[in-house]
Design a protein around this ligand. Structure first.
Ligand code: ADP
Length: 398
């Protein structure tokens, strides 16, 4: 199934019957407006489409592949998903004695995780393939496929240098999965385990901590209508813990790691659970961990195309917010690749991308901020001056 051939309709609030009646109105709206793939629409004309104006927060058009880019068939071949976003945001979990139990959790789909997916750029189909893997895993387990015959542990390991989107992609995948599987799982939750919460300074207490934390997660999993995505961020710290422990009893830290592994095996028995692990260093992860992952996906430093897309999105945002001024549209990456006669601004941006080689995506997203904070002198900045400031910021980062 191709999940990119989709349109998401985000409702302002849940109302009986609205989920089905809204789709034909949205189709009419899209047919009229000649919208293209990969766009986000958040404004609706009150006079022409009052129901959209009153009830719809956003329409997200996916990466729809169409022969004729400007003439998408919004009625056939496209799947519609209608949902509302949870607005509580990140919730921390405390025990009765007021200690942080594990990291944090989000009710899915969450407003805080909205559009993370759309703003992550990778070469090839990394995101789409991961979503297909995750969906197949959940489908197999829901149908009771024996994982001793068809191996499927429902553990996804994302690894690569810091700042390459491992945590963000785990969150975005969980969010997308909760949207596309909403008929099967009307509720969803994303639980983030911070591995440092698992290690008490009194190592002998850590096994107790691990057990207590997972007991809490088991309570959530009992609800079989709830999709539960668990993220264990920076799993390598579990292994580091063994080294840290040389002066106390080393068997304590081994016990902790083993307790975590046993708990993960327990979680996997529940069909509604998907586990994400991230690591900045694959070669130091406990082999027992790596073996448990069905999918190991490396996320590297951004390519030239991804760099261009990241800067392009940052500049568009600053232009929209009237922080910088630009009287023309900056070419998007497809046109650059077709090598259509580029204007000066796009040429300069491309040069800046080349200069940024070796920086992580996290670093790239900070460059416009550093440029503005340190290298912009006037209140009204023109795009050309801003690009100069970005070059200086890049030199500083290097
Ligand atoms: P990691 O977990 O690998 O350290 P994060 O998920 O914390 O990385 O990402 C840090 C920041 O960098 C986020 O704001 C994210 O949006 C941005 N980012 C990372 N990778 C990408 C990417 N491929 N495309 C766009 N932005 C990215």
């Amino acid at each position: 199934m191709d999940f990119t051939q989709s349109i998401e309709i985000v409702l302002k609030s849940e109302k009986t019957g609205l989920k089905t009646t809204i789709i034909p109105v949205v189709q009419k709206f899209l047919e009229k407006g000649n919208y293209s793939a990969n766009s986000l629409i958040s404004k609706f004309n009150r006079d022409e489409f009052s129901v959209l104006h009153d009830e719809v927060q956003h329409i997200v058009i996916g990466d729809i592949k169409n022969k004729d880019e400007n003439n998408i068939d919004f009625i056939n071949k496209v799947k519609y998903y209608v949902y509302t976003l949870d607005t509580y945001g990140e919730l921390e979990q405390y025990s009765d004695d007021n200690e942080l139990l594990y990291g944090s959790q989000y009710i899915l789909p969450s407003a805080e995780l909205f559009d993370i997916w759309e703003n992550l750029y990778y070469e090839s189909n990394i995101k789409e393939n991961l979503l297909k893997y995750a969906h197949t895993m959940m489908e197999f387990s829901d149908k009771g496929v024996n994982y001793n015959i068809v191996t499927c542990n429902r553990v996804i390991l994302l690894h690569g240098p810091p700042g390459t989107g491992k945590t963000s992609l785990s969150k975005a995948l969980a969010q997308k999965l909760s949207i596309i599987m909403q008929d099967r799982y009307p509720q969803g939750i994303f639980i983030e385990i911070k591995t440092d919460c698992l290690f008490s300074k009194y190592f002998s207490e850590s096994v107790k901590l691990v057990t207590r934390m997972f007991r809490k997660i088991h309570e959530v999993i009992e609800n079989s209508n709830m999709l539960v995505c668990v993220l264990i961020d920076e799993v390598e710290s579990l292994v580091h813990a063994r080294d840290l422990c040389t002066d106390s009893d080393p068997s304590d830290s081994i016990k902790v790691v083993n307790a975590v592994l046993t708990q993960i095996d327990q979680l996997k028995k529940h069909p509604n659970v998907l586990i994400f692990c991230t690591s900045n260093m694959t070669n130091t992860i406990d082999v027992a961990f790596v073996d448990r992952a069905d999918i190991k996906q490396y996320l590297g430093l951004p390519s030239m195309n991804a760099t261009y897309k990241i800067y392009h999105s940052c500049l568009e945002e600053l232009i929209k917010a009237q922080v910088i001024f630009c009287d023309k549209n900056i070419e998007d990456v497809q046109n650059i690749n077709k090598n259509e006669c580029m204007d000066e601004v796009s040429k300069k941006l491309l040069e800046i991308c080349k200069k940024s080689e070796g920086l992580s995506a996290r670093c790239l997203r900070k460059i416009p901020f550093i440029a503005h904070a340190l290298f912009v002198c006037s209140k009204f900045v023109q795009i050309n001056d801003f690009l100069d400031a970005m070059e200086k910021a890049i030199d500083r980062e290097h």
